[in-house]
Design a protein around this ligand. Structure first.
Ligand code: ATP
Length: 338
């Protein structure tokens, strides 16, 4: 595009400049200036799916107001399937402006690549900073986080499969928080979360999604939102039992339904494991991630039966505050005051 060409020419000019003015005072000045210029600050909340990044981001953003949240979950950037992709609710996001949450229509943009995310999110972040607010980057897609943060991004290199190419030169001054949990506890919690999402209406949402010519699409090579966990799994189900045609679940249909749910749980676990692997790769490459352990919170959440009147609900909240929120507040406070 024109803008991209202009930027490339500009980039070439900037890199070429010092060579053409070599050993002049101008070069010295430029060098000095570049060294002195402080990078813009940003808080980055990372972690596998389900670890509570959204909850933490709201907790922190309201404390360190004014802040704005930039979503970096590559399924949540699309419009639609709010329950299936587990977008933060309108109620929970009312106090903090969110960007890149349900903004793109898969049918219009196809798939948002990591480099397209880099280009667009960069502009959004500059805008947030120009309004004297702190950007919070929040989301589980490490390729989006990586593409946005590194100084030089090569869209053709597969950084997470070739550890040598992971760069630790970042273009922002980042405070990284990594919400983590022991894997067996997280797996169990993720299973429960799938059941909760189904209770919230995930099946109905997917039935509506497939209640159109969507069912006739070839999902062999899905793109964008159609890759979201839940879509391919239930596509097979709705192909057999089209939405709206049947009422309730007979024994056979229940079997097919349970197979889809089992697949969703397994794929969610695999996603979490892959995401943690990628985060560990970044830490090995020198990214300074501060790990917050939410295992105890998840253990308690697993015992929570959802009712308001027992003690377990308040227990997990106080453990979350002590073990995740309070240390995060300290880290962010020090970072922003620095
Ligand atoms: P990246 O590789 O870019 O860091 P990622 O961490 O999301 O992204 P991938 O291994 O690329 O992990 O898997 C992405 C796949 O995970 C998506 O194609 C989709 O199937 C699923 N996925 C990721 N986030 C969600 C979500 N919020 N809701 C549903 N499915 C999701």
């Amino acid at each position: 595009s024109k803008r991209r060409r202009r930027r490339l020419i500009l980039a070439a000019c900037t890199t070429a400049a010092p060579a053409t003015v070599s050993s002049s005072g101008v070069q010295q000045h430029n060098h000095h200036h570049r060294q002195q210029r402080k990078k813009d600050k940003m808080v980055v909340i990372m972690g596998a799916t389900g670890t509570g990044k959204s909850r933490l981001s709201i907790n922190l953003a309201t404390r360190f107001s004014p802040c704005e949240i930039v979503n970096s979950d590559k399924m949540q950037v699309y419009k639609g399937l709010d329950i299936t992709t587990n977008k933060i609710s309108f109620h929970d996001r009312r106090e903090v402006p969110h960007h890149f949450l349900g903004e793109f229509d898969t049918d219009e943009v196809g798939e948002l690549s990591a480099s397209a995310f880099r280009e667009r999110a960069e502009l959004t972040i500059s805008d947030i900073i120009s309004r004297k607010r702190t950007p919070f980057l929040v989301g589980g897609s490490n390729s989006f986080v990586y593409s946005l943060l590194v100084e030089e991004y090569d869209p053709d290199s597969d950084v997470f499969n070739d550890s040598n190419s992971v760069s630790s030169k970042l273009r922002y001054d980042c405070c990284f928080l990594w919400v983590d949990s022991s894997l067996p506890v997280l797996y169990e919690y993720l299973d429960k979360r799938v059941d909760d999402m189904l209770d919230l209406g995930m099946f109905r949402e997917l039935a509506q999604f497939f209640d159109s010519d969507e069912l006739d699409r070839d999902l062999e090579i899905p793109a964008g939102l159609r890759k979201a966990i839940g879509v391919p799994e239930f596509h097979r189900y709705f192909k057999k039992y089209p939405p709206g045609k049947y009422k309730g679940l007979d024994r056979v249909r229940r079997g097919a339904y349970e197979d889809a749910v089992r697949e969703i749980k397994e794929n969610t676990r695999q996603l979490a494991k892959r995401q943690i692997g990628k985060i560990m790769r970044l830490t090995r490459a020198g990214w300074d991630l501060r790990r917050l352990d939410a295992t105890a919170t998840f253990r308690l959440l697993l015992m929570d039966d959802g009712s308001d009147d027992d003690d377990s609900g308040s227990d997990w909240r106080s453990v979350w505050e002590r073990q995740v929120l309070e240390p995060s507040v300290k880290i962010v406070k020090r970072f922003l005051e620095d």
